[in-house]
Every structure is written in C-alpha cells, then in structure tokens.
Design a protein around this ligand. Structure first.
Ligand code: GLN
Length: 212
C-alpha cells in the first residue's frame, strides 16, 4: 500500500490522516525532511497559508518540499493546501504567502469575501459519481489555469438555501473553479476531509499515487 504523508505543521491534519487510512493508504504525519523522504505522496491540509509558509521555513521543509514537488511527488492540497501548491497567489505580497509552484494556477485567497466566507454546497466533481458535499471555510478559488490543468469542479448555481441562508449572494459565484488536477497534483478549495463517511476525493488521490 502507498505511504501518504500529511504535512503536519498546522491545520486539519488528523482528518486527512483518518480519511487516507480509510482509503487503504498508510498515512503518516510529516514534520521533518526524513519523514518527507519516506512518502509516495503528500497532502497539504487546510489552515492558514501565511502561517504554513512561515512554519515551512522554520522547520526547514520549504525547500525540500518544493524540490520533491518539482520532481513529481504526487500531492493533494485542500483550501490553504491548494494555495500552497499554486504557482501564484493573489494577495500573496501583503500576506506573506510563498506558494510552492507545483500547480500551474493563479489562486485568489479568501476569494468568497466576507458575507459568504464559509458555506456548504453540493457540487459535481469530474471523475466522481454523484454529488459531492463541499465545505468551504474562508476558501480560495482558482482565477487562472495553465493549459495542462483540468477543472474538476466549479461552484454550482442555485445553492442549497437550507444550509446557506444567504444563497442568493452565492449565485453570482456560480462557475468559479474550486477543484483542479494537473498530472499527479490535485487541489480542492473545499474540505472533503470534514465530510464524514465520504472518502471519494481522497480515493481519487490514492489512485493517483498508486498510478505512479
Ligand atoms: N483563508 C485561508 C488561507 O488563506 C485558508 C482557509 C482554510 O484552509 N480553510 O490560507
């Protein structure tokens, strides 16, 4: 079975470890270079991309991780993890985010603004049968994609008014890109690890790692 690391400096680490284990992978936290060296794939969790950048520097993992990603290490980033995988980030200058450049996309941090910064919806996900419940927490979206990047999911129109009382506000956001893949790199603006009993997105990533 593949060994999949979860970058464990900050953020939703335990949820990703549990979801990966349920998919039959061996999931291990990664805090040091020796741990990074031992994995076949890595998950970058949600959290705060500014803090994650700073902590990667502090533990001297930034450059080793960037280098392994450049060599083709399969990676999956959710939310702040998506921001960290991007090639460029809007707002990065003021926020101190230094993305790792594994994914040819421009990402906008905190893209959903104040009113709709956190919400849930169901969306279609390329390669997954049936709707996927998506939890957005001060999420980014993808503003631009390079030609090798596929869009896997966008924000749907007519969001579920029961879970999103301000659904009319979201409707202007329909079509925004919130999940992408480029080769062995997968990213979602939302948090599948927070939806209990549905590991389909993690299964996609485990399949990518197995395919390498
Ligand atoms: N807003 C956070 C950031 O900019 C991401 C939030 C999250 O990961 N849930 O890094």
């Amino acid at each position: 079975e593949p060994v999949i690391g979860v970058l464990a400096l900050q953020g939703g680490v335990a949820e990703h470890l549990a979801a990966l284990e349920r998919c039959g992978a061996r999931a291990v936290p990664v805090r040091r270079v020796e741990e990074l060296d031992a994995v076949d794939g890595i998950v970058l969790p949600g959290g705060e991309s500014t803090t994650m950048t700073r902590l990667l520097d502090t533990v001297e993992l930034y450059e080793p991780l960037r280098a392994r990603l450049a060599e083709g290490l399969p990676a999956y980033g959710s939310c702040a993890g998506m921001i960290m995988l991007a090639s460029s980030v809007e707002d990065a200058g003021t926020a101190g985010v230094r993305p790792l450049g594994a994914l040819d996309v421009v990402v906008r941090r905190n893209a959903f603004g104040r009113q709709v910064d956190s919400f849930e919806t169901e969306l279609d996900f390329q390669g997954i049968d049936g709707p996927v419940r998506a939890v957005f927490i001060r999420a980014p979206w993808v503003d631009k994609i390079g030609e090798d990047v596929s869009v896997l999911a966008t924000v749907p129109g007519g969001l579920d008014a029961a879970t999103t009382p301000d659904a009319t506000e979201h409707d202007g956001l329909a079509g925004r890109i919130v999940a992408v893949q480029q080769g062995a790199v997968l990213a979602t603006a939302f948090h599948p690890e927070l939806v209990e009993g549905d590991e389909r997105v993690h299964r996609c990533f485990v399949r990518i790692v197995r395919g390498r």
